[in-house]
Design a protein around this ligand. Structure first.
Ligand code: ATP
Ligand code: BTN
Length: 256
């Protein structure tokens, strides 16, 4: 696997993201390793890559299937708090561009954090922030993408998930390189170009205009996904004409 990291680092020409890449054959979760590294003062832009995860996680403590061969990584960042809403947008844009570049498959984004190919989930994004009182200390951006995964072997996701196929070449390294390069480009655009990033993200969403069910705890609300705003929140119009605005961290969304 030394070759894998060498090929990643060697092919990267980024200014911030991936200037340092730490590879671990097995981790519980790259989120925890990255959080620990951030608390120890690891440099911004450092990327933690796992060969496999034994306790990969999604939002709301759901588990993320992350066997050997798939992509599981976390990026350590120290953003200004005003830029937090853009992180999920940048990540979705970079990951979908990388999938389109390396696998030549059209990729959409299901609000807020799912990467969709052929109507199925091939990847997901998880962002966790480290707070100290009201002060943002760090953000960890986690990305998982299924590569050469036998989705049918995992009953809990068999119906909803799909995997990219590498077809013998080193698609994983190519995908990670493209993802980090595009992330770098977009992240460094941020101070001036937040609005352009928002517009590009909105353009990739499959969700707008669809009938959806918003699930929060044991409550389910039906409606039509109408709009997103620059904070990343989604507005859903209910059948009675009223609307609700939901935040990414709080809800699950089913599209119909
Ligand atoms: P969904 O879009 O499926 O409702 P979500 O985005 O609301 O999920 P998250 O917590 O963000 O929920 O994602 C975790 C979910 O992703 C799990 O509950 C499981 O259904 C699904 N999942 C887990 N591992 C994988 C994987 N490797 N590929 C695709 N989907 C997965
Ligand atoms: C989702 O729920 O859709 C997001 C899944 C995010 C998975 C990635 S894999 C790398 C990082 N480590 C984790 O434990 N989760 C994220």
């Amino acid at each position: 696997m030394g070759d894998f990291v060498a090929s990643l680092v060697g092919g990267l020409n980024t200014r911030l993201i991936g200037r340092k890449i730490l590879y671990y054959p097995v981790l519980a979760s790259t989120m925890d390793a990255a959080r620990k590294a951030a608390l120890d003062g690891e440099a911004g832009g450092t990327v933690i890559v796992a060969g496999e995860q034994t306790q990969g996680r999604g939002r709301l403590s759901r588990s993320w299937v992350s066997p050997r061969g798939s992509i599981a990584l976390s990026i350590i960042l120290y953003p200004e708090v005003i830029y937090l809403p853009y992180l999920v947008m940048i990540t979705a844009l970079a990951a979908s561009a990388a999938i389109e570049g390396a696998a030549s498959l059209p990729t959409a984004v299901k609000w807020p954090n799912d990467l969709i190919v052929g109507g199925k989930k091939v990847g997901g994004i998880l962002i966790e922030n480290g707070w100290d009182g009201g002060v943002l200390r760090f953000s960890i951006v986690g990305i998982g993408i299924n590569v050469d995964m036998e989705v049918a072997a995992y009953p809990e996701i068999a119906e909803i998930a799909a995997s990219l196929r590498s077809g013998g070449r080193d698609m994983r390294a190519e995908l990670i390189r493209q993802l980090l390069a595009e992330f770098d480009r977009l992240y460094l655009m941020l101070p001036a170009e937040g609005h352009a990033i928002f517009e590009a993200w909105r353009g990739r969403l499959t969700t707008l205009g669809k009938a959806v069910t918003v699930v929060s705890g044991d409550q389910a609300i039906e409606g039509t996904a109408e709009a997103v705003d620059e904070s990343g929140a989604l507005r859903v119009r209910k059948p009675d004409g009223s609307s609700i605005t939901v935040l990414a961290g709080d809800v699950s969304l089913r599209e119909k």
